[in-house]
Design a binder for this molecule. Structure first.
Ligand SMILES: [Zn+2]
Length: 269
């Protein structure tokens, strides 16, 4: 009897894992993925619209155009790569947007479905298109690697349990909304994303380097950006891309180690 029950539980776990796990491209890491991307994107688009209605876009046409250009280049590179891997379905439902927001905060993020925001406060540190490509590559990597969905899946499991999940999603209940808000840290402080896990941060650095290279931005220049970033002594909450990082030195070392791999993808424009 006990064995039967154990077998049943084990089978359930295996089934859930098979159904609910996806693989991150390039790194091949398996991740928990319980939220259909259509649901995730719908919630994301709603929040993004709200964010834009409450914040001022930059009036600097040249800077805004540069953000848009670097973003589109990375988007196209990602789409090309996913197509080559036969994974285009993973990007279905994306509605890419790239906006420069007038805000002195040093920050940038990308919500699920490709909604990217860069803050003007970041521009003195990015300095040029390559610097922008480092940050935007990193943020876009979080989105396409479904890090938010993974984090949301984890908190859903914890807070609702597997049984309630389907129900919650089906009813688009308040709880689902709430978990999304918590997972992305939006709500009281719109646009301030909660820290991703350390594994996810390293993965975003890795994928980001590859994506910027594919888009034609020299990945060997990435450490220079991170050095400028480290030199910037920011008061208050750190921006998303610095949030849960190990020391700057460890991060820089890891990034340098990844450059030869990223260079293989580098296509000069
Ligand atoms: Zn990050």
């Amino acid at each position: 009897m006990r064995t039967l029950r154990a077998t049943a539980i084990l089978t359930a776990i295996v089934l859930l894992t098979v159904v609910a796990c996806t693989r991150v491209p390039i790194t091949g890491r398996q991740q928990l993925s319980l939220i259909p991307s259509s649901e995730l994107n719908a919630l994301s688009f709603q929040q993004y619209t709200q964010f834009l209605s409450e914040n001022q876009l930059s009036t600097n046409a040249a800077q805004s155009a540069r953000v848009e250009k670097v973003g589109r280049d990375i988007q196209q590179a990602v789409e090309r790569f996913y197509a080559e891997q036969g994974q285009s379905a993973a990007l279905e439902g994306y509605a890419w947007e790239f906006h420069l927001v007038d805000d002195k905060e040093v920050n940038a993020w990308c919500l699920p479905g490709g909604k990217v925001v860069v803050y003007t406060g970041l521009l003195p540190i990015t300095q040029d298109a390559v610097g922008l490509a480092v940050v935007m590559g990193h943020e876009i990597a979080h989105a396409v690697a479904n890090h938010g969905g993974e984090r949301m899946s984890q908190s859903m499991l914890t807070e609702l349990g597997g049984m309630a999940l389907q129900q919650a999603l089906a009813q688009k209940s308040q709880e689902t909304q709430q978990i999304f808000m918590t997972a992305f840290g939006i709500g009281s402080q719109v646009g301030v994303l909660l820290p991703y896990s350390r594994v996810q941060e390293s993965e975003a650095d890795h994928l980001g380097l590859v994506f910027m290279a594919m888009a034609g931005y020299d990945p060997s220049q990435a450490p220079a950006f991170w050095e400028r970033m480290a030199a910037q002594n920011q008061g208050g909450a750190p921006p998303e891309f610095l949030s849960t990082h190990p020391s700057d030195e460890t991060r820089l070392r890891k990034i340098r180690e990844l450059i030869p791999e990223a260079m293989k993808y580098y296509r000069k424009r």
